[in-house]
Ligand binder design. Structure first.
Ligand code: DX5
Ligand code: ZN
Length: 215
């Protein structure tokens, strides 16, 4: 499977978001990763629907919304109607995963489930048959710029083996502390969507950084 690079705008310059989106497009990254934090599910607040809507007006690139919020079910329609192409929520949230996956698909969008580092990967196995994406967090959700937690590589490997053994077609997304070096580790473990924020935005040459992530 070829690797998809998703640039997390959490590390972008918010005063120049339009130019940052242009920079992502020129870099060759395929997806824009949009991290939503509500100050309840995680101890930080990022941005929400009005900012997503502004991004959507500026770009036709694929937008991958990562909802780190306590009640994703309540906001699925709003994220779908305002520009998200894929909506990924956390299995640790209070929404019923089956119902949330159905609600996202009912809006014609791709649907994903995410696991925090402390959550065993088999927590999402009951929902794999209807998910398009599994996001394995490789840092604690809440902030960009943290160090990669190596223990999560085993979860990616276990998930990759399980989906291959069961003939399930689902993306495996790695998010948090991804750079040129850790990209190789998660790719070898089976991840095929790699999210990076600080690594991509803090470099002078984003295209070279995207290429380095592909290996
Ligand atoms: C963390 C977010 C990540 C974050 C990644 O809670 O889900 O998407 O933006 O940032 P880096 O690549 O800097 O770890
Ligand atoms: Zn994210």
């Amino acid at each position: 499977m070829s690797v998809i690079v998703s640039a997390s705008v959490l590390s972008a310059d918010f005063c120049r978001l339009g130019e940052e989106l242009d920079r992502i497009r020129l870099s060759g990254a395929e997806h824009i990763h949009f991290d939503v934090m509500d100050g309840v599910f995680v101890n930080n607040i990022s941005y929400g629907i009005p900012v997503l809507s502004a991004l959507r007006k500026h770009t036709d690139m694929f937008i991958d919304a990562h909802l780190m919020i306590i009640d994703p079910m309540k906001y699925i329609d709003a994220f779908a109607d305002n520009g998200a192409d894929m909506i990924t929520f956390h299995v640790e949230s209070k929404s019923d995963p089956d119902k949330a996956l159905d609600a996202i698909h009912a809006k014609g969008k791709l649907a994903g489930i995410s696991v925090k580092p402390a959550t065993p990967i088999d927590a999402i196995y009951p929902y794999l048959h209807k998910a398009d994406n599994i996001l394995v967090m490789t840092v604690e959700p809440g902030f960009g710029g943290q160090g990669f937690i190596p223990e999560n590589v085993e979860k990616i490997k276990a998930l990759k083996s399980y989906i291959d053994e069961n003939g399930i077609n689902v993306h495996i997304q790695a998010d948090g502390g991804i750079n040129a070096e850790t990209s190789g580790i998660v790719r070898n473990a089976g991840a095929d969507i790699l999210v990076a924020g600080s690594y991509l935005f803090k470099t002078a040459d984003m295209s070279a950084a995207v290429s380095a992530m592909r290996g």
